[in-house]
Design a protein around this ligand. Structure first.
Ligand code: BES
Ligand code: MN
Ligand code: ZN
Length: 496
């Protein structure tokens, strides 16, 4: 089933190409998208039914080499051919194709229609096209150039074999979830705040067959969600907790998903410096990825039971805000001494993790833009993965498999001591300047049940691209680590 997003809840969506699948090549498209490879810096055209005669000569004439990411436009027999380089034919994997097709997709705006074949895999071609062409135009006034305001979105026909149709549909579903997550993260925080965000999740969640329950401040108060309330109470926009539930017809395993949903993080009373504070629009990236993942699980009809818990709050300084030194009580009873109000993510996550753990899921996947220390440790493209040894390694490996860089990191025994507080069960920050990502992971571990295999994926860097577009990764929101989470759900469903 498809879904639509009401404009009243999400005013702007990103653009991309529109795709359709066919078993035969249409003859009337404006452009042919042609994969080329490279042998010793010499361009090669793979044996493909779609390459017109003379394509190789035309590409050689303009000096194409076929290296990975190279895009070359030539006209052959009056027809536009856009060649995309895949590099050495022996070294091509799905990620090579996703990136090359992503770079290609970014050049398609203004081309009315195109055709591409699937000899290098239907899934990476679809992902590369939809995710690479994705562009968030924001709230700019309509274009005055005489175009339709969209600068010509492209219709792309993907030509493959009959038995590739299902993989095509599944790849579209996954990419649509990533684009939805990107839209949510890209939306400015004056447009997307907890109440609106919760309403949107409820609306879209129900369309795809999920059960949805939204806890407002009153219910959070009644049920003791002290962490979410403490973080949200400095803002005029009240917090929410959203519970989504996917119940498949057959499943032996259950998975809880938890995602940080800070719609804007000023730091609170422990106010952040001004430089780059606007990037904290992305501080709900974890919740957006989890929401997209459970939407995909339902639309893909995965055989695994999934519960998503998404704590949504805005972290603001004000006369009603939480102060450094305050002691709060989380859902389930554990108390935290809040020594820094900018370490707010772990406070809302503690409540959500404790609630998710109550149902004794077999696995728990939590993800958040949690620490600047993640960027210090691993840079801005590689997620830090902590948790139960085996599951942590499995999730990190799956992340790398789908092209979302991820690396296993330890939880440190020596930091246990640093969690201690004189006035509460634990404190939310430690004194040391080292190991900040790991300390946050250790803090979260206190709220996970004993028998649950769990991971914490810190995507402070990977969720947001502050630089230029590359491959299928656009500027701003990336959607990470949504594809890692869906890959993990798939792997659990297949083991059922
Ligand atoms: N949302 C931030 C972490 C972050 C930083 C995300 C940079 C994306 C890019 C988080 O709430 C935060 O402020 N963490 C503090 C924790 C510190 C006070 C212990 C940090 O990392 O500085
Ligand atoms: Mn913060
Ligand atoms: Zn934050």
């Amino acid at each position: 089933m498809t879904f639509s997003v009401p404009e009243s809840l999400l005013p702007v969506r990103g653009d991309s190409v529109s795709l359709n699948f066919s078993t035969s090549a249409p003859s009337d498209t404006a452009a042919l998208l042609l994969p080329v490879t490279s042998d010793d810096s010499k361009v090669e055209v793979p044996v493909t039914s779609l390459a017109p005669k003379g394509a190789l000569e035309a590409l050689e004439t303009v000096g194409a080499k076929g290296t990975a990411g190279e895009i070359t436009r030539v006209v052959v027999d009056g027809k536009l051919v856009i060649a995309f380089g895949l590099g050495n034919a022996d070294e091509i994997d799905d990620e090579t194709v996703r990136r090359a097709v992503g770079s290609l997709a970014r050049t398609l705006y203004g081309t009315e229609s195109a055709v591409i074949s699937t000899e290098f895999g239907v899934t990476p071609v679809v992902e590369g096209l939809l995710l690479g062409a994705y562009k968030y135009k924001g709230f700019k006034a309509p274009c005055q150039c005489g175009c339709d305001g969209e600068h010509g979105l492209t219709d792309v026909t993907v030509v493959g074999k009959d038995d590739e149709k299902e993989a095509f549909d599944q790849a579209v579903i996954l990419a649509e979830s990533v684009m939805l997550a990107r839209d949510l993260v890209n939306t400015p925080s004056n447009h997307l705040y907890p109440a609106v965000y919760a309403e949107l999740i409820e609306n879209v969640g129900k369309q795809v067959g999920l059960e949805v329950d939204v806890f407002d401040e009153k219910q959070l108060e009644e049920q003791g969600f002290g962490g979410i309330l403490a973080v949200g109470k400095g803002s005029a926009r009240a917090p929410r907790l959203v519970h989504l539930k996917w119940t498949p017809s057959a499943s032996k395993s259950s998975v809880a998903l938890v995602g940080k949903g800070i719609t804007f993080d000023t730091g609170g009373i422990s106010l952040k410096p001004g430089a780059k504070m606007e990037d904290m629009i992305s501080d709900m990236g974890g919740s957006a990825a989890q929401f997209g993942a459970i939407v995909a699980a339902a639309r893909l009809n995965l055989d695994v039971a999934v519960d998503a818990w998404l704590p949504l709050a805005e972290n603001m300084p004000s006369g009603t805000a939480t102060r450094p030194g305050d002691v709060i009580r989380h859902y389930g009873g554990i108390t935290s001494e809040v020594l820094n109000t900018d370490a707010e993510g772990r406070l809302v996550l503690a409540d959500a993790i404790a609630r998710a753990a109550e149902d004794n899921p077999d696995f728990m996947i939590e993800t958040s833009t949690l620490t600047g220390a993640q960027l210090v440790a691993l840079g801005n493209r590689t997620a830090g993965v902590m948790g139960s040894d085996e599951f942590r390694d499995r999730v990190a490996a799956l992340g790398r498999e789908v092209g979302e860089q991820a690396w296993a990191m330890p939880l440190l025994e020596e930091q246990e001591e640093e969690l201690k507080s004189p006035v509460a069960d634990i404190r939310n920050v430690h004194n040391a300047r080292t190991g900040g990502m790991l300390f946050a992971g250790l803090y979260l571990s206190r709220f996970v049940g004993e028998d649950t295999e769990w991971v914490h994926i810190d995507v402070a860097g990977p969720a947001w691209n502050g630089g230029s577009p590359r491959g299928y990764t656009p500027k701003r929101a990336t959607g990470a680590p949504l594809r890692t989470i869906v890959a993990t759900l798939r792997s659990i469903a297949e083991a059922n």
